[in-house]
Write a protein that binds this ligand. Structure first.
Ligand SMILES: [Zn+2]
Length: 527
């Protein structure tokens, strides 16, 4: 989804960014030990424990068994490591707890309509420690890079950010649309410190412009995330986009079109208009009903898997953001809206021709049935791609269509499991695979020599991802009462330890305050 907001909003965001508190007393530490945890290391290895994990400043330096048998076989080391440090130490007693790498969300937009602090804390509170951001409100490329730097220096409480600005139409810079001039912009962005390019439709997806940008991005070691827009899907379907150099393909676009055998272009009604969002979003799902399933699961997957093995090409489905299309009433009434959804964002989601993604004026059972069928095909496709060796990452694309930062990332984990992934495969996608697609080989796993991004959990996430939601998962108390169990205890980013539930409390307070100020009823689930 793309967001366009007002200049006024941009100014308020900049002010808020500087107003946020810095953290001084929660790390990074000279020595941090997580003692006695059961570890899910992010590499796809099964859980093991108890282990002690030793962190120095922002790096994991040691992972060692802390039980008597494990120590005898491998030598216990956490104690030694702690004693050898003269500096400040912190120990997190984690017996009975779980630890996994911080979650990596590869598809994030930050909006101007709500404070950045709100969006950042929602993500961190759900264990998301790294995001790939396509925009930060209306910040310029330079401002986004500066924001990334403030986060890296722990001046802002936020997940680590990878900056992938939009390649967009520019009234002042025609080079964005000209193949021979486009590489110059990629070079400029590299010099500014940009991590990659986000492509979404024209002019970047003109085939010659796309190839020029992709080739230059490769030279510069930059990523290229592509949302294949319907205006460009012929001839730039998902196979061609991947072969021409995309590092990730976002969403569900371009796969069905790559499978056609009885047509070249999607069959559309004669009154279709891409600029009409109800048309556009119904038909982008309906195209899967025109796919040639045999070719989809042979030629199309074969070529994508080959590219995945060769270049690390990664699929980022973002299933969560389109869920409204198969079950609108469900997403409108999600239990977290009441406490965690800002009135301004709920207002943005109400059906309106002027809000992107708010196209539900006449969304029928028939629309949902077609989208439900599309989801079955899409999920089988993603599962098949993964099983044959293709890389699948986790992205949420939250902020639109009743989806909320953090909650959306967790829902995406659930939807990958619905697709057929085992829970451990889901965690692998959300951690090590995410890091690899960002080109960072020191992130996304709990290993010595890796960056100390971790989540400490009171419950086993592999048993039920719902425990990761800020609203928790429903359990039964000893006396038979229903209670909400919340698992996310600490979110550790770069060795800095955040109390996850305290971050979510901040968010809830911000929402309560905004509602009191607003004093309206539009803040609850829509009528
Ligand atoms: Zn998006």
């Amino acid at each position: 989804m793309r967001q366009f907001s007002s200049l006024l909003g941009c100014l308020s965001v900049a002010a808020l960014a500087f107003a946020q508190t810095t953290n001084t007393n929660n790390g990074p530490y000279d020595t941090l030990i997580i003692r006695g945890a059961t570890m899910i290391d992010g590499t796809g290895a099964p859980p093991r424990g108890p282990v002690d994990i030793v962190v120095r400043r922002n790096m994991i330096v040691q992972v060692s068994p802390s039980d008597p048998i494990g120590r005898a076989q491998n030598g216990g080391g956490a104690q030694l490591a702690a004693n050898s440090s003269g500096g400040a130490a912190r120990v997190i007693e984690a017996a009975g707890k779980y630890v996994m790498p911080g979650l990596i969300d590869l598809h994030i937009h930050y909006q101007d309509s709500v404070p950045l602090e709100y969006q950042y804390k929602l993500l961190l509170g759900h264990g998301v420690t790294t995001v790939r951001a396509f925009n930060v409100g209306n910040m310029s490329v330079d401002e986004m890079v500066a924001e990334r730097q403030r986060i890296a220096e722990n001046k802002i409480v936020a997940p680590r950010m990878y900056v992938y600005p939009f390649w967009r139409n520019s009234p002042t810079d025609p080079r964005f649309a000209i193949a021979k001039d486009a590489p110059e912009i990629v070079k400029e962005w590299k010099r500014k410190g940009v991590d990659g390019v986000k492509m979404a439709g024209l002019p970047g997806e003109y085939p010659d412009v796309f190839k020029a940008v992709a080739d230059q991005a490769k030279i510069e070691g930059m990523g290229l995330a592509v949302h294949i827009a319907q205006e460009a899907v012929f001839p730039m379907n998902a196979v061609r986009t991947a072969l021409d150099g995309a590092s990730t393909v976002e969403h569900h676009y371009g796969y069905a079109e790559a499978s056609f055998t009885d047509r070249v272009l999607q069959k559309l009604p004669s009154d279709y208009n891409y600029a009409s969002e109800p048309d556009r979003f119904y038909q982008t799902g309906a195209v899967w009903l025109q796919a040639d399933l045999k070719k989809l699961h042979t030629d199309v997957i074969d070529q994508l898997v080959a590219q995945s093995k060769k270049t690390g090409f990664t699929m980022v489905p973002t299933m969560v953001v389109y869920e409204a299309n198969r079950d609108l009433e469900r997403v409108k009434t999600l239990p977290w809206h009441e406490k965690y959804t800002m009135p301004a964002i709920m207002a943005h989601w109400q059906p309106s021709p002027s809000s992107h993604g708010s196209y539900f004026y006449h969304w029928t059972t028939t629309n949902e049935a077609d989208w439900a069928k599309m989801y079955r095909r899409w999920m089988e496709f993603v599962e098949d791609f993964k099983n044959r060796g293709g890389l699948v990452g986790v992205g949420s694309d939250v902020g639109s269509i009743y989806t909320l930062w953090g909650f959306g990332t967790i829902r995406e984990l659930e939807l990958l499991q619905h697709s057929g992934f085992s829970p451990i495969e889901v965690v692998h996608s959300a951690t090590e695979i995410g890091a690899l697609s960002l080109g960072n080989k020191q992130l996304g796993a709990i290993r010595p020599g890796y960056i100390a991004d971790m989540v400490v959990l009171d419950e086993n996430p592999l048993d039920d991802f719902k425990v990761l939601y800020g609203t928790g998962a429903t359990r039964q108390s000893a006396s038979g009462q229903a209670l909400q169990t919340k698992a996310v205890k600490y979110t550790i980013r770069d060795g800095v330890v955040f109390d996850s539930q305290a971050l979510l409390k901040d968010v809830a307070d911000m929402v309560a305050k905004a509602r009191a100020t607003k004093g309206s009823t539009e803040t609850t689930a829509p009528k």
